[in-house]
Write a protein that binds this ligand. Structure first.
Ligand SMILES: [Zn+2]
Length: 158
């Protein structure tokens, strides 16, 4: 099964709306505070057309050294926050999770669909002059295709 077939069959299975018009919860909006304003513009625009609802987790936005260090200790990040600085500490990254059937999902297919919408939205907004940043998806880290390791992660290309 090709990746595209997988995505299409998954969308059908989910019985999601084709044009969603989802909106971020108050919590997700709070979790985005302090990151690059263009990242917030991209996410806020992307959720309106994404076939899968999504949110921003509590540590998905701007992180303090302390929070970053805790994620490192818990094996949830490769950056310790001091010797290796995460893009989350400079406000240049945002994480997301899929929200399906009232539950958070970190399923790679779900995250890939959302990432695709976010990437396409960013491209369009840049073309329209509404943002001035380019972004990169963590699902492509260390690889040419879909074999990266950080599926829930989007960061500014600096
Ligand atoms: Zn991240």
């Amino acid at each position: 099964m090709t990746f595209t077939t997988l995505i299409v069959s998954d969308i059908n299975k989910l019985k999601v709306r084709k044009m969603s018009n989802f909106n971020f919860s108050k919590r997700s909006v709070e979790h985005m505070q302090g990151v690059d304003p263009d990242l917030i513009v991209i996410f806020t625009e992307a959720i309106k057309t994404c076939p899968i609802d999504f949110g921003v987790p509590v540590t998905g936005g701007l992180r303090t050294v302390k929070v970053q260090g805790k994620l490192f200790i818990d094996n949830k990040s490769k950056c310790d926050g001091i010797l290796s600085i995460s893009n989350h500490q400079t406000g240049n990254a945002l994480d997301f999770y899929a929200y399906i059937n009232k539950k958070a999902s970190w399923d790679k297919v779900h995250l890939s669909i959302i990432a695709g919408v976010i990437m396409a939205t960013a491209k369009r907004l840049l073309k329209e002059g509404k943002i001035s940043i380019k972004i990169k998806w963590g699902g492509e880290f260390g690889s040419q295709s879909f074999h990266g390791w950080d599926y829930p992660h989007i960061e500014v290309v600096v």
